[in-house]
Design a protein around this ligand. Structure first.
Ligand code: BG6
Length: 492
């Protein structure tokens, strides 16, 4: 069955399950409010919050106002207009009787036709399957008269087997085109800009391959530790939390072939092709190509086991077996409690084939590098050699910089959730993750997690505020490279 045609006269309701949670407060409602202020939400839009905590429309509106505008900020006409569209129902939606009460509430808000419904599952992952089954049981997933879509937060499974089982159980009630699995990195403007940079300019793509690129580095570094998420984090670790999704998606954006269009499955197909071409790490390769470490003091964090072997830092060397990337190493690293928060992709070009300029003994020139700075100082930097004026042929490495804030103004970059919510409302899944892609990513990560859990390679320690253990540097120096960070003033 194909999705129903959009009837613009029907009301549209976003139902957030987990409405009393952190994500709703910090990200979802502020993003929806910002879309409301920009006039981008459907005209007859509503938001129904659902959670187990007691509450009513008024308490929900107040809590959302504080979360969005600030504790003591005064209200405003824009907020009042938005707040009038907010409602709350106390329910455990995994229970079918209570799901029926959610349906009754929707009927009381929108009439028996219910209207278009976007369900957002901001609930613990173990509730996803039951919640979707309960929605189906009370007739909230069938979309003959209006569309029904479900946004599912990460983590989607904790390995291939569980992700596959979850896909199976959700597919019993929803078609794939109704399912929007979120990876908020794909909603980031700068991540989408990787594609604009590569495919809306003609000068980069011809050199974007093994003939000119020596290697690629991807860093997703956070200066914070596990914060209040100790128990959750301790059960997942860095590979499941960040590599399986965000880091691999960044790799896909940097490595994919040009899709024919920017919509629907074209982008998703290309991302899947990259994942399919990544050479899986297995057996002894895992000890050779990966580094795992834990920051000193992690075991004292609240909710973390005192003998925990969970990695909070990882570094990987991967290869992509296709014509474009054969032999080009992709070095990926991510960690908590690192020296700085920065997410960047650096494209390291090959050295010049012959240098005609004399260099002082022992010195060498640095190959060109392109830095795609995804956060926090969003922009693009190109590193090249320039002649030092008033010398015969001395050279110095300089940077050509583009900063989003300078060209588009401060605050021009919206929260990733704005774009993602809007796309789900418009029925565009291209920045969401398809079932095959999630499963492929798990199939790449699973053997590594398993080896790590068996103690291969050894768990190292690193100092909070550093760039990880020495071995993460050796992963590159052993290939004649070094981590090179061109965004901001970071020392690698
Ligand atoms: C989340 C992870 O998916 O991404 C967190 O669960 C991590 O551990 C966060 O802190 C990073 O997101 P961002 O947008 O701050 O880079």
């Amino acid at each position: 069955m194909s999705p129903p045609a959009v009837d613009p006269d029907l009301p549209t309701t976003i139902v957030i399950f987990g409405a009393s949670g952190d994500l709703t407060h910090r990200k979802l409602v502020p993003a929806l409010y910002s879309l409301h202020v920009k006039g981008r939400l459907p005209e007859n839009f509503r938001l129904l919050g659902v959670a187990r905590s007691p509450g009513d429309d008024e308490t929900f509106r107040l809590a959302m106002r504080q979360a969005t505008l600030g504790e003591s900020a005064p209200s405003s006409p824009a907020w009042e207009a938005f707040a009038a569209r907010l409602a709350y129902t106390q329910a455990d939606p995994t229970d079918r009787k209570e799901a029926a009460s959610v349906r009754r509430r929707l009927e009381s808000l929108n009439g028996s036709r219910l209207g278009h419904l976007l369900f957002y599952l901001a609930v613990p992952p173990q509730a996803y399957a039951d919640l979707v089954a309960a929605l189906a049981a009370v007739g909230l997933t069938s979309d003959e008269a209006a569309w029904r879509r479900v946004v599912i937060e990460k983590p989607f499974g904790r390995d291939l087997v569980s992700a596959h089982a979850l896909n199976d159980s959700i597919h019993r009630h929803l078609r794939e085109d109704q399912i929007y699995r979120i990876d908020h990195y794909l909603g980031k403007e700068t991540v989408q800009n990787v594609l604009v940079f590569r495919f809306a300019n003609s000068i980069f793509e011809p050199i974007w391959n093994r003939n000119y690129i020596d290697h690629v580095q991807i860093t997703v570094a956070e200066s914070v530790g596990v914060e209040h998420r100790g128990p959750f984090y301790d059960s997942v670790g860095i590979l499941r939390d960040v590599f399986q999704n965000h880091v691999l998606q960044l790799l896909c954006m940097a490595a994919m072939e040009p899709p024919a269009s920017y919509q629907g499955d074209a982008l998703r197909d290309e991302r899947v092709k990259v994942l399919n071409a990544i050479r899986p790490l297995t057996g002894d390769d895992i000890a050779r190509h990966t580094v795992r470490a834990q920051y000193a003091g992690y075991r004292q964090e609240a909710g973390v086991a005192s003998d925990s072997a969970t990695a909070t830092f990882g570094a990987l060397r991967l290869f992509i077996d296709n014509w474009r990337w054969q032999g080009v190493p992709f070095y990926l690293r991510s960690g908590k409690q690192m020296a700085d928060k920065t997410t960047q992709i650096s494209i390291q070009f090959r050295s010049v084939p012959h240098l005609m300029f004399p260099l002082p003994p022992g010195s060498e020139i640095r190959p060109n590098a392109l830095f795609l700075c995804l956060q926090p100082d969003e922009g693009i930097h190109l590193r090249f050699e320039a002649k030092v004026p008033d010398t015969v042929s001395d050279m110095r490495t300089v940077d050509m910089d583009f900063h989003f804030a300078e060209d588009f103004g401060p605050g021009a970059i919206p929260e990733a959730y704005e774009r993602l919510l809007l796309d789900a409302l418009h029925g565009d899944p291209s920045l969401y993750t398809r079932a095959d892609s999630i499963e492929l990513a798990w199939s790449l990560v699973d053997p590594i997690t398993q080896a790590w859990e068996e103690g291969r390679p050894k768990l190292l320690s690193y100092a909070p505020g550093s760039w990880g253990p020495d071995e993460a540097h050796k992963l590159l120096t052993s290939d004649g490279h070094a981590w090179s960070m061109g965004c901001g003033e970071h020392a690698a």
